[in-house]
Design a protein around this ligand. Structure first.
Ligand code: SF4
Length: 233
């Protein structure tokens, strides 16, 4: 019996509703808490419960048997990299069980990424515009993170609201291009629900920003949250 625990808020099977792996079936392991506080966050405040390593692995294996096969175990949150000691124990065991690891992260804690990247197969990294999050800028941390992350399959997700400042958007795209202009950049509308996806002003803005970004980067896509549109959890 392991003594290591983490605050896990939910473990479930669903489709991957975001990014370049859209539509794949994943197992989701959601951790409580985050190191920042984005104004639009719909995950903060979900209570976590202490799960140890064995309980976590057993829950994932049970779901794999009931609803699998799954493409990946998606580590999500909150911010999974807050749980580094738990992850360095969990991830090698999940790999031994044959699972592939998909890390969803806010792309800030690059020193922690160094410790777990060995076991990751895909890294879905956020780049956070301060004009959207109302947090501080994380430009330098994002650049360090991206340089490391590119050892593995990586794409970047940027949440776009109508409050985004064009100069900041261009600076973030330029940072990405300094590291690797071929890494996919996903522009995702902020709206959590279907109605928001139908906001014509936001959709026009997304299209304009894609044009701007394609002047700097090779691969820029607009991808909404598919699970919200389909009404799948
Ligand atoms: S990084 Fe993600 S989990 Fe953390 S506050 Fe922002 S939206 Fe929420």
């Amino acid at each position: 019996m392991s003594t290591q625990t983490a605050a896990v808020s939910e473990i479930f099977s669903s489709l991957q509703g975001e990014g370049t792996h859209l539509g794949e079936r994943h197992l989701f392991l959601r951790f409580e808490a985050c190191n920042i506080h984005c104004e639009y966050c719909d995950e903060l405040g979900k209570p976590g419960y202490g799960l140890d390593l064995d309980q976590t692995i057993e829950s994932l294996k049970k779901l794999e048997q009931e609803k699998g096969p799954h493409g990946y175990v998606s580590l999500t949150g909150g911010e999974p990299l807050l749980y580094v000691s738990f992850l360095t124990a969990l991830l090698p065991r999940l790999k031994q069980e044959g699972f592939k690891i998909y890390l969803e992260t806010n792309g800030i804690l690059w020193k922690v990424l160094e410790q777990v990247i060995h076991w990751c197969d895909v890294i879905a990294m956020d780049v956070k515009p301060a004009s959207v999050t109302k947090e501080r800028s994380f430009l330098k941390e994002h650049e360090q993170f991206l340089r490391l992350s590119l050892q593995k399959e990586t794409f970047i997700k940027m949440i776009i609201s109508k409050e985004i400042v064009l100069e900041e958007f261009q600076n973030l795209c330029s940072m990405i291009s300094r590291v690797d202009l071929k890494v996919p950049l996903i522009l995702q509308p902020i709206s959590a629900e279907v109605d928001g996806h139908e906001d014509p002003d936001l959709m026009n803005l997304l299209s304009e920003l894609q044009t701007v970004a394609l002047g700097i980067l090779d691969d820029v896509r607009i991808v909404p949250r598919l699970h919200k549109i389909l009404g799948i959890r």
